[in-house]
Design a protein around this ligand. Structure first.
Ligand code: OAD
Length: 274
């Protein structure tokens, strides 16, 4: 695809920081938010405000998430994730800032992965702060819901599944294993929630130490990721964007490749000898 030579030039000197988004995981069977078949076209995501203030909304979220989790947990890294890990091992890519909550970079063997929006594989108690593995909560939920068995066709990128309203009420939520209270929250940043300041500052430091910024599969619609493109441009750090379709960062990109990541990244790794 056009731009691949320039892209290889961008990463050739090494230490390029990755900023990844939902488009990197579509080949793993997890839809994106705003792409051609993005989840926001048919699904209203949980917001931080609803999660905090509306116990019924929270209960429904956990019912949908209970049904979606097995699909999320079964998702496997794809050729794009693997190529990122290989390019890292070859020293061409440095750290990875990911907006994804699916853990697939780590599963592919990437290192220095900063989960900007958290990870679905753990929960946090909003009363006592206990952080627990999601798999453990799922076991407890299965025991509390032996007969709650609706199946979902598709999981959303936030790990929850669409379910008919009438089945949601039959779901039983459990309390925090540590304090017996709760509420429990997946350790992810919801729509309308802000990313912790120290996490953002860590990302800015990673960027300042980098020779380039490579955006992979993100529309950059959300400021939380887009701000790193703005800062890179301010610092004079070259920016590459690989994405199907336009992104908010295109005007600031030095290199732009509009092609599937599953083709571009393995080819980039091959050309770079990684
Ligand atoms: P988006 O869904 O906004 O953007 C994903 C982009 O990837 C779209 O432009 C797709 O066209 C593109 N894409 C999809 N599959 C691709 C493929 N195989 N190859 C190349 N490009 C592909 O997702 P993000 O930008 O990651 O935050 O969304 C950012 C944040 O918005 C999410 O982290 C989430 C949401 O609000 C929170 O939940 C806090």
């Amino acid at each position: 695809p056009s731009g691949l030579d320039e892209l290889a030039g961008l990463v050739a000197d090494g230490d390029v920081l990755v900023l990844s988004g939902a488009g990197l995981s579509t080949d793993s069977g997890i839809p994106d938010y705003r792409g051609a078949t993005g989840s926001l076209r048919r699904h209203t995501p949980m917001t931080w405000q609803t999660f905090c203030r509306d116990p019924r909304g929270r209960h429904r979220y956990w019912a949908r998430s209970f049904v979606g989790w097995p699909q999320m947990a079964a998702a496997r890294p794809n050729a794009g994730h693997s190529a990122v890990a290989r390019l890292q091992r070859a020293g061409l890519l440095g750290g990875v800032i990911t907006q994804n909550v699916d853990g697939l970079h780590q599963a592919a063997g990437a290192r220095d992965v900063l989960e900007l929006h958290g990870g679905l594989d753990r929960t946090v108690c909003l009363s006592c702060g206990d952080v627990a593995p999601r798999a453990e909560l799922h076991r407890r939920l299965r025991a509390a819901n032996p007969d709650f068995g609706p199946r979902a066709d598709e999981v959303n990128p936030d790990g929850d599944a669409e379910l008919p309203e009438e089945v949601l009420d039959g779901f039983v939520m459990v309390d925090c294993r540590a304090c017996g209270a709760g509420p429990l929250k997946p350790d992810v940043v919801f729509f309308g929630e802000t990313v912790p300041r120290e996490r953002v500052d860590t990302c800015f430091r990673m960027l300042e130490d980098s020779a380039g910024l490579l955006v992979l599969g993100s529309s950059l619609t959300v400021m939380s990721g887009y701000r790193f493109v703005l800062r890179a441009a301010e610092l004079g750090i070259p920016v590459g964007v690989v994405n199907l379709g336009p992104t908010r960062g295109d005007a600031r990109a030095d290199v732009r490749v509009d092609a599937p990541l599953g083709d571009v990244l393995p080819e980039l790794a091959r050309r770079c000898g990684a």
